[in-house]
Design a protein around this ligand. Structure first.
Ligand code: CP3
Length: 331
């Protein structure tokens, strides 16, 4: 399949840059919100036909150049014999939860979990889609933070008091993620993005000791299978060298630095993705046009550039504003 996204990932795009948005599937589209009124998130995440439908909504309604699978980074815990839920619009809750190193005994790698609802959805999307499909999983440290009952506080405690237990937990998540990614790849996704939302917010030493090795393992796992791998770490602008060292196909950047500066920092064979502040999409359309154009001008004729936001779409972003952003790139 030739496409703007795949060409840009190969740093060989001679046309306009492709555009898609993190969290474009779900969250903001009125047609998605209508489905959410009558279905729980857990139901939606396990229903192949609805997964396909939601995944394709932003392609049909916004005209983006890539689809991203409608799923969540917590799906992977099923491959560890655990389950997850989203009580009352909060973040994910895993059960049974991990409170002490002793609880790691509950975790088992379950190769028999085949995620057939996801693989069937991928096949259905591939039959219909006119743009590439991005599969994904979470960065192991970010997933670990949600698995620990005490969240970030417990993570920090384990970094200091229980580093060996934390390494064991990360290794479990990494193994389960490889299994889950291989099923997505076999089912036909065109690229993978690793969402490591929280690890870049750790002190640098802890990022290097705990988060980066797991990300390196997953990145090689994907690229060894000849599938492009995009790495998203919130805080990437300040971790550029470390992220280059794990040899991803592309790095997705937040808005802490100018995109052309980041382009210069990254070797030319690695694509860059980003980096409009999602809050700009809350401003009037004129401002959105102006800020998007400013970003595009900095990256004129760049063969390895993918337009995106610096983090996910904010839940209350007006639909018309999102369309303005996409149309500004496409024109
Ligand atoms: O891009 C897409 O829209 C594809 C689907 C997708 C979801 N979650 C669906 C979802 C993706 C790529 C994710 C990734 C994800 N999930 C991340 C990493 C990206 C990031 O934003 O930092 C994280 C940290 C999570 C964990 C998570 N899932 C949280 C904290 C929440 C609750 C808050 C929220 O709404 O995001 C979720 C729930 C979730 N995942 C929803 C959706 C569409 C909830 C929306 C609803 O209430 O219907």
């Amino acid at each position: 399949m030739s496409s703007l996204l795949l060409d840009a990932l190969a740093c060989k795009n001679r046309a306009r840059p492709p555009v898609w948005m993190m969290r474009q599937a779900g969250r903001v589209l009125p047609s998605y919100r209508a489905l959410r009124d009558t279905n729980s998130l857990e139901e939606l995440f396990h229903h192949p036909e609805l997964i396909a439908e939601i995944t394709l909504m932003p392609v049909d309604q916004l005209g983006v150049d890539a689809a991203i699978l409608f799923s969540d980074i917590m799906t992977v815990v099923e491959g560890l014999g655990l389950s997850y839920s989203f009580p009352k619009k909060q973040g994910p809750v895993v059960s049974p939860s991990i409170e002490s190193p002793y609880d790691l005994k509950r975790i088992k790698i379950r190769e028999d979990v085949k995620y057939s609802y996801v693989t069937r959805a991928i096949q259905a999307i591939k039959e219909r889609a006119t743009v590439p499909l991005i599969g994904f999983c979470g960065g192991p440290l970010t997933v670990a933070t949600y698995m620990l009952k005490g969240g970030k506080g417990q993570l920090e405690e384990w970094i200091k008091e229980e580093p060996a237990s934390l390494h064991r937990l990360l290794q479990f998540i990494t193994e389960a993620s490889k299994h889950y990614l291989s099923l997505q790849i076999e089912a036909g996704v065109d690229a993978i993005q690793l969402f490591d939302s929280w690890s870049g917010l750790l002190p640098r030493k802890h990022f290097l000791d705990f988060a980066l090795p797991a990300m390196r393992e997953l990145t090689s796992f994907v690229t060894d299978r000849k599938i492009p791998c995009i790495v998203f770490t919130r805080g990437a602008s300040c971790l550029t060298e470390a992220l280059i060292s794990i040899r991803p196909t592309a790095i997705s950047f937040d808005w802490d630095k100018e995109i052309n500066q980041l382009r210069r920092d990254v070797p030319p064979h690695i694509a860059v993705q980003g980096n409009l502040n999602p809050e700009v999409l809350l401003e009037p359309p004129k401002t959105i046009e102006r800020e998007t154009e400013k970003m595009l001008e900095k990256m004129e004729n760049e063969p390895g550039y993918i337009v995106n936001l610096g983090h996910g779409l904010l839940p209350n972003t007006p639909l018309e504003h999102i369309k303005t952003f996409v149309q500004t790139v496409k024109q």
